[in-house]
Design a protein around this ligand. Structure first.
Ligand SMILES: [Mg+2]
Length: 279
């Protein structure tokens, strides 16, 4: 296979009218901005070049995320932040879930996302029509997962299974001192348990909204008014595979979680390798 060409950020800015930027591992970590992030955002804002941050997070509203990035020195307006949580609004409309009772796993902003989508958020011990797994924080983990699995099984047995939605399909995230499990892993646990019990029921699956699925890229295209976009990310299975499947170019930032071996072994092939964000 031919080697993947390297590119610099200045050439990416010239080549593509619209930049899609992943958050964690590209612009920031939990600890603060990554090298080059400040200069890149400043240059994009100064030129008026279109960019969107595409994040699988569903635990912070765009306004909360923007405030957090502002504290890191990154002036990213909320309207440029596309979270997987914000995709709940079109999804609820399309699927006729507006007004349904929703059990939401996640912190306060996750519940707010569901309310903004028209869902009626109920307590964790109340009956529900829709399960929305947004995040691993904001609830007692084991008790809530156990109780939710039990409730799902009760509902299937009584012939009225709940709809299951997973805005953020990420399995793990870097905590700064290792890795933590997140919402995708909760969905995996639940799906594995349901498959064990109902092996024939292929409908008992979560609808996934974040990268690598198309919905978040479609929203970026809608806001940009163009498909002439490049996705800059640090993860092969979400950022790069998502861009490939959506039919846009991608650049994998080096030096993060993905090493050269993983790139060589993966079927998700970036258009370019980006050694650094620095202009
Ligand atoms: Mg990332």
């Amino acid at each position: 296979m031919t080697p993947i060409p390297r590119i610099g950020i200045a050439d990416l800015l010239r080549k593509y009218p619209v930049l899609l930027l992943d958050a964690y591992g590209v612009l920031v970590t939990l600890a603060g901005p990554l090298p080059g992030a400040y200069e890149l955002i400043e240059a994009l804002n100064r030129r008026g070049q279109a960019y969107f941050m595409l994040t699988n997070g569903a635990a912070r509203l765009p306004e909360s995320a923007a405030a957090r990035y502002r504290a890191f020195g990154l002036a990213i307006p909320p309207e440029r932040i596309i979270t997987s949580g914000s995709l709940l609004t079109p999804y609820f409309l399309e699927q006729g879930l507006v007004g349904q009772r929703c059990r939401v796993l996640g912190p306060a902003d996750s519940r707010r996302y569901v309310e903004l989508a028209g869902g009626k958020v109920v307590d964790l011990n109340a009956d529900f029509d829709v399960l929305v797994v947004c995040d691993q924080s904001g609830f007692p983990f084991l008790e809530t997962v156990d109780a939710t699995l039990s409730a799902l099984i009760d509902k299937i047995e009584s012939g009225r299974p709940a709809a299951m939605v997973l805005p953020n399909p990420d399995l793990i995230f870097p905590t700064g001192h290792g890795f933590g499990v997140t919402s995708g892993s909760i969905a995996l646990l639940i799906e594995a348990a349901l498959t064990l019990r109902y092996p024939e029921r292929l409908d008992l699956r979560f609808a996934c909204l974040g990268k690598p699925h198309a919905a978040i890229f479609e929203e970026a295209e809608r806001r940009a008014g163009s498909r002439d976009m490049v996705m800059i990310g640090d993860q092969l299975e979400t950022d790069i595979r998502g861009a490939n499947d959506f039919g846009i170019d991608s650049a994998l930032i080096l030096g993060g979680v993905v090493g050269a071996e993983a790139v060589a072994a993966s079927t998700a092939r970036p258009t370019f390798l980006l050694p650094s964000l620095q202009i």
